[in-house]
Design a protein. Structure first.
Length: 369
């Protein structure tokens, strides 16, 4: 009789138990079987965003199934005063919104999520260090959106909240206008993309390599190895020279030959040097200028202008060194010499004669004494 009484007592709870057990099994089936099947199907179908979608919503869906199992059990339970309460449905919808925003929150990771791929397809390319700025902004917007949706679900009048938020935002904006200017400056850097991490730039009289870009500032490592932090608001309103973006480097120098160089030697050497640069693998064949330019103070000046194909500084120096070595070889073959600054001093009276006159005057002075 005691067992029958216990069964009668537990009979109303059989349906909620079975409902909870069923959705618990669905949770297990989803995680252990369905997800694996979907991952394999995505691998075969090669859906571009499938893996990101599955990874982003895996835990939110698993959590929502647990909440739904509790909801189904409550609806089947004899606790009608709880099951029929309107807040139960509101709680379920609120948890659904939370799980949905949770999945979108995972997708907003621009380092490897869909947001990154969509931005790249739209032609917006940026350095991965700046992706944290975009990811943080998207996540803040998603949290605000989720808060507003849940507040609306609970019939909370958010008009006053939005108005107070606007007034508060205005006060914060006035108090932190410099910080906001730096934030907008970082957005300008993202959109305009004047430089990326690793670029050699010069801005506001500071030259160095970009090491880090944050909401507030850009960090430059100067060549003496100091770290300089430049506010992004300043960078967005100043001229920036990006040396890393140039595709070629200009080579411009004066080659001075000695004055004993003959007309024939000068003409032969200039033509030979011009042809050499035109066929050099590291030099563009257009824009080459090799001309006998001036009669200098101590040399016959040949001006050489060309553009090397090297964009990196080390490669440029290697090309320049090779050109200088080949020029030295051509000078030796043509038996020419480079002049160096010199000064000739001419005396109206020869030094020997002047010395004789001085000695005679000294002798006469001694005789008089």
């Amino acid at each position: 009789m005691d067992l029958e009484a216990l069964l009668i007592l537990l009979q109303p709870w059989l349906r909620p138990f079975l409902a909870f057990a069923f959705f618990t099994f669905v949770r297990y089936f989803y995680r252990a079987v369905l997800l694996r099947v979907l991952h394999r199907f995505n691998d075969k179908a090669s859906f571009e965003y499938g893996e990101d979608l599955l990874n982003a919503f895996e835990r939110p869906v698993h959590f929502f199934l647990f909440i739904f199992a509790i909801y189904a059990a409550l609806n089947c339970s004899p606790l009608t005063f709880i099951a029929d309460h309107p807040s139960i449905d509101q709680l379920l919808r609120s948890f659904f919104i939370i799980c949905f925003i949770w999945g979108l929150y995972n997708l907003s990771d621009t380092t490897h999520g869909i947001a990154m791929k969509l931005l790249l397809k739209a032609g917006v390319e940026f350095d991965l260090a700046l992706s944290n700025i975009i990811s943080t902004t998207l996540r803040i917007l998603l949290i605000i959106l989720g808060f507003v949706m849940i507040a609306k679900e609970w019939n909370y009048d958010i008009t006053g909240f939005i108005a107070s938020l606007s007034i508060g935002s205005l006060a914060v904006a006035l108090a932190a206008k410099d910080s906001l200017a730096n934030v907008f400056g970082s957005l300008v850097i993202i959109i305009d993309k004047p430089f990326v991490i690793g670029d050699w730039i010069s801005a506001n009289g500071i030259e160095g390599t970009v090491e880090k870009i944050t909401f507030r500032s850009t960090c430059l490592r100067t060549f003496p190895q100091e770290l300089v932090y430049i506010p992004n608001s300043l960078l967005s309103n100043t001229a920036i020279t990006n040396f890393s973006k140039r595709e070629k480097r200009r080579l411009d120098f004066i080659l001075g030959l000695t004055y004993d160089t003959t007309y024939q030697q000068m003409e032969t050497f200039v033509n030979r040097l011009r042809e050499y640069l035109k066929h050099h693998d590291g030099v563009y064949d257009d824009g080459i200028t090799v001309n006998f330019q001036d009669f200098g103070g101590s040399s016959l000046d040949i001006r050489v202008v060309c553009y090397t194909k090297a964009s990196a500084y080390a490669t440029y120096m290697d090309v320049r060194q090779q050109i200088n070595l080949d020029i030295m070889k051509m000078l030796e073959e043509e038996k020419l010499g480079c002049a160096f600054p010199s000064t000739s001093v001419y005396f109206e009276t020869p030094l020997v004669q002047k010395q004789t006159i001085t000695e005679t005057a000294a002798s006469e002075t001694k005789a008089q004494v």
